[in-house]
Design a protein around this ligand. Structure first.
Ligand SMILES: Cc1cc2nc3c(=O)[nH]c(=O)nc-3n(C[C@H](O)[C@H](O)[C@H](O)COP(=O)(O)OP(=O)(O)OC[C@H]3O[C@@H](n4cnc5c(N)ncnc54)[C@H](O)[C@@H]3O)c2cc1C
Length: 477
């Protein structure tokens, strides 16, 4: 890459240009998942929209593919690349709330923690995820699930507009009345269409205090707990979020010593109803004999950070996910078996009710495809020691394959790695993929933005389909 006129680019930037072997490069190329080890040709640490435009134009001029980093939390490693130009937005994290209009505008590198801190100043919140260091960009572009989803929908369902730098270096604003197809595609189609430099979201009155915490039982009680949660959630208020978690008990005083370090099945509950009515969560707390019952009124912002210690930077990760249409005996038995064999104290299985507001959005209203009442299972393999990689990955793959055999075949793309590339077509199905491919062809015809769950521009997709048909015909002869 020494032939690239990097001095010219560096001179145009307000942020930094980092090059291999140069100062800051080694740190800047790393992402959240330590299993990802990629080396971009150039990294631009942007300090504003102008830096993004200049970087994209430079990449276009020199035929470099572009990776985009928001929070760097993509476990597939999509926030970096080998050989391309990495547009790193982690220095662009401004949050600006309009309390009258109940909207918030956040820059493309903001984290969930940045957003929550800004909106909670006004007693407002936008639905996001559950670990505060996650980037709002990647989370929104592929969906966005968290404690407010049963009441207010996914993060992408609350997107009002987005400023996007497209592959030719233009700046467009996508919203209901401007670039509507792009706006549709951004809500579930991932980082395929350009660099989003800012998002505008709808906010809702939430907190500042919510009723939240964890109730947990020994893991051998998992079948009963999951069956209880399945039945309880049907009539529970939409302000209640209740995810089941298989996890190792941390060494906390609130957990009896004999259970510390053992596998538990917990219900992570969060009730955001303004009444903070403890009766809503009483049946959960009174179910069986919990070994942990830690439920209190707490600040919303603290609850949004509660799982942070379970997900520190620098561990190795391998994940998969599957929607189950139901939580019947077969599904519960399988989940309980894998939950009882979590391979490392950092690994987790989440069983997330996917119902209420998220399922009321019309299936074609956004590019996010899954709107059926179901359960999202997140198999989160996480471990610190590279020597455990084979064992932990094998466990995730086996759990994923077994769930897939009884699942809907559908997954949440923010949870899967590139090894599951075949699932992209299933998730977006033919009709949706054709529509996405057209949007891609309009805004990124050369597939500059390809480090994502990739959508090929319509022409290429059509060409590939024709080539596949030719191959099939050839084989039949
Ligand atoms: C610890 C942890 C907890 C999580 N919890 C949740 C959760 O509760 N709910 C949930 O729904 N998901 C959750 N996720 C999944 C998360 O949503 C995805 O990993 C998401 O991709 C992270 O976004 P990011 O911006 O941090 O990632 P990055 O790695 O920076 O980027 C991910 C993808 O988005 C693209 N992208 C990033 N920024 C931009 C931008 N500004 N413009 C255009 N494209 C961009 C990238 O090119 C890449 O393809 C979690 C992930 C982790 C690691």
């Amino acid at each position: 890459m020494s032939e690239l006129p990097t001095d010219q680019l560096a001179a145009q930037l307000r942020g930094e240009l980092l090059v291999p072997d140069g100062p800051g490069y080694e740190d800047a190329r790393r992402v959240y998942n330590a299993a990802i080890n990629r080396r971009p040709a150039l990294i631009v640490r942007c300090r504003g929209v102008a830096d993004v435009v200049r970087s994209v134009r430079f990449a276009a001029e020199h035929s470099l593919p572009v990776a985009v980093r928001g929070g760097g939390h993509s476990v597939a490693g999509h926030g970096t690349c080998d050989g391309g130009l990495l547009v790193d937005l982690s220095g662009m994290r401004d949050v600006r709330v309009d309390p009258e209009a109940r909207t918030v505008r956040v820059a493309g590198g903001a984290t969930l923690g940045d957003l929550d801190a800004g909106t909670q100043l006004f007693g407002l919140a936008t639905p996001t995820g559950q670990v505060s260091m996650t980037g709002i960009a990647g989370l929104t572009l592929n969906g966005g699930m968290g404690m407010l989803q049963r009441r207010y929908g996914l993060t992408c369902d609350n997107l009002l507009s987005a400023d996007v730098v497209t592959a030719d270096g233009s700046i467009v604003t996508a919203g209901a009345d401007s670039h509507p197809e792009l706006f549709w595609a951004l809500r579930g189609g991932g980082g395929n269409f350009g660099v989003v430099t800012s998002f505008e979201f709808r906010c809702h009155p939430v907190g500042p205090t919510v009723l939240a915490g964890m109730v947990a039982w020994p893991v051998d009680k998992a079948p009963e707990v999951l069956a209880f949660l399945r039945d309880y959630i049907v009539d529970a208020p939409e302000e209640l979020s209740a995810d089941a978690l298989f996890m190792f008990a941390p060494p906390l005083d609130v957990i009896p010593q004999e259970y510390q370090g053992t596998r538990l099945i917990g219900i992570f509950l969060r009730y955001v109803g303004a009444d903070l009515d403890p009766e809503v969560v009483r049946p959960i707390r009174e179910f069986g004999t919990p070994v942990l019952d830690f439920v209190y009124p707490m600040p919303y912002v603290a609850v949004q950070q509660m799982l942070d210690p379970l997900n520190p930077n620098g561990n190795l990760h391998y994940w998969t996910g599957e929607y189950l249409a139901e939580l019947g005996d077969k599904q519960i038995e399988l989940l309980s078996m894998f939950g009882a064999s979590l391979p490392d104290p950092h690994s987790i299985i989440e069983v997330i009710p996917f119902n209420a507001a998220v399922t009321r959005v019309a299936p074609d209203a956004t590019a996010f495809s899954h709107r059926q009442d179901s359960w999202l299972i997140h198999i989160l393999g996480q471990w610190p020691d590279p020597a455990d990689s084979h064992r932990c990955r094998t466990w995730v793959k086996r759990a994923g394959a077994d769930l897939r055999a009884i699942g809907s075949g559908d997954t949440y793309l923010n949870l899967v790695t590139d090894e599951e590339v075949d699932r992209v077509d299933t998730v977006w199905n033919k009709t949706r993929m054709r529509r996405l491919a057209k949007v891609k062809a309009q805004y990124d015809p050369g597939n500059m933005f390809r480090f994502n769950h990739n959508i090929k521009p319509a022409d290429d997709a059509d060409k590939d389909a024709a080539a596949d048909a030719d191959t099939r015909r050839e084989r039949r002869r």
